[in-house]
Design a protein around this ligand. Sequence first.
Ligand code: IVH
Length: 675
Amino acid sequence: MSDKMTSKSVAEAQIVELRSKINYHMHRYHVLDNPEIEDYEYDALLKQLNELEAKYPELITAQSPTQRVGAPPAAGFQKVTHFTPMRSLGNVFSGAELVAFHQRVQSGLETTADIEYVVEHKIDGLAINIVYEHGTLVRAATRGDGATGEDVTANIKTIKSIPLELKANKFGIPTFLEVRGEVYMPHKEFIRLNEEREEMDEQLFANPRNAAAGSLRQLDPKEAAKRSLDALLYGIGAHEGVALTTHSETLEFLQALGFKVNTLYKKFTDVDAAVEYCASWADKRHELPFAIDGMVLKVNHLADQEMLGSTAKDPRWAIAYKFPPEQTTTVVENISISIGRTGVLTPTADLTPVLLSGSTISRATLHNEDYINEKDIRIGDTVVIHKAGEIIPEVISVLLEKRTGQEIPFVMPHTCPECGSTAKRIETEAAYRCSNPSCPALIREGVIHFVSRDAMNVDGLGPAVVTSLLEAKLIQTVADLYRLTKEELLTLERMAEKSVNNLLASIETSKNAGLARVLFGLGIRFVGIKAATTLAKHFGSMDALKICTVETLLELDDIGDKIAQSIIIYFAQTENLALIDALQQVGVKLTQDKPEILHEQIFAGMTFVLTGTLPTMSRKQAADIIEAFGGKVAGSVSKKTTYVLAGEEAGSKLEKAEKLGVTVLDEDQFKTMVP
Ligand code: IVH
């Protein structure tokens, strides 16, 4: 056996072991919520695997943990026929109807005896069907019309709690298995995503379900991977090589295979107790990290399920108990205007306080003038409110029958309520904006944003203190924060020595927050945390960024036309440049430390040749990455070439590489090599 062969087989064994270790820890983290190792240790394992796979690309398999984010499906989402149809559920809305369902089950089974049921949460997401052959994930599809769905395999693979290979377990690995469950967006992720969309002036998702649907239908799995979707599995479809007798055993089986299962299910033989359990979750639903819209009652014994069968649409052995919609009525006492950081005037309804979904609501967003006009919302109206996606209260409709004639129609002010300047409606938007760039509200909101958690993260500088500082003229711009003295701060109301000391220390620390946070904090339109981080990483310093061009910006990930234009406009304004100078003078660091990873010269001693058009990167970007990681880029292929990175229409260089036996990589393989 040659040396090369030996080292390859050693690498193969290492790869197998690393994959199994990584899968084990991924399961502990994403499914069991109980990690055993630190994140950095996990990252190190993944990096080791990436490196080995980069050396031996022929050993990469579609199920490797490095392959969760793959290429977009070339021709969009293909239609897939499920092996067994995916049925939906009949609905009931009351305990009495649930008891009636139970009686139908009894008569279907020709018995008067108790029936064993399993009660589960009805997760408000999207039904999914995942096919495993010999333990390997081969396809995943949406429910579609129940018979045929869309192939969303690439996006489903980005969900880390879904195993790409089934776990060995006491039930055995089925030769064929359709696994069914619900893909959803956890509340936390939903809030994060909507905050990010707000920053980008993009339309907000109304609820986690829509957000999950939108994410699953992203054509680019890279985009889908950015939205942390999750999945809970609750059933199986077609299967071979496994024998189960009850639904609860199916849930155990799914858990043993490595899936995330909602373990809050309960077994009941007393239908009244089951009804009580279902009803009890209506008020407790907000304690869960995901949205539910009801409960599901399922006959536990599979033989009974089979005997009961299904109608064309729904099974006769299961039923959904839907919760009443979470909405209530209250009165609009006033409509007030708040001004955001970008000067947009947002109308808000001040409501008679009312309890909704476990919290007291006294304000609800009215979004903009068009929204108010469409729904004809007037001061004094009795309105129906709900929580959009269980989080942001919103007025959904007016109860016209409650009108007394005393209600006052709302007129959007054409002047800024804060500074009196004209507020103009922007033609392409529904928003009114204050035309005064030095509007006190704008400045205040700007400072509040600058010191906020995701920006400079200054503790002890809430909106009230910021307002006092501005009113006392102790600050005019954010740079002035760094010139504040103890004596000045002590003059403010409610500021004692201890809080002043803490505040000054926190302001001092924030000087080293780094370029990404400063950039985000400046509030450049459309520049969210992600874009700010990309800019800081790429340019390394404010000086370099200040003189960038649209073209260089557009080459970066996460930077589109809108952001690029906005950055150029920002740096063309002298007052912005003056602010940056002032920040520099007071000692705010305007550079970004290169991430440590860049010092790891993983391509040291390697020579790359680039040819053809890569699908997402420019050749310049690829070359920059290679060089940043210690590699060289050469113009022609020789025996010394380590890798040829080839895209579309690669010509003679590719032929030469093949002739000389030089390993050829595509962009995806290349990306997996880079930590
Ligand atoms: S059982 C034949 N169990 O609700 C069995 N469905 O309204 C059908 N859903 O399409 C599904 N949580 O997307 C089942 N614990 C649960 C569920 C659940 C959510 C969804 C599923 C289904 C829809 C029917």
